[in-house]
Ligand binder design. Sequence first.
Ligand SMILES: [Zn+2]
Length: 82
Amino acid sequence: MSLDHRLIDLLVCPLCKGPLTMARDDAGRPQALHCAADHLAFPIRDGIPVMLESEAHALPPDEPPPSPWTAPPSTTAGEAAT
Ligand SMILES: [Zn+2]
């Protein structure tokens, strides 16, 4: 009960000012605030979010974003040139 959604709504990433999502443990307790844009996790200690870049740790890129570019065609022009 130390954190509610109204408080979370007020919290933004200190780096990009973007929205944060709360990560919870199996017991439903807040663990960290994640910034998807920066791939950073800000820890929550004793119910208090620590919004310091120096305290944040990088999130593993478990969800690769969709590629904004199309993959170049593989080089299969081996027999075209003589
Ligand atoms: Zn951010």
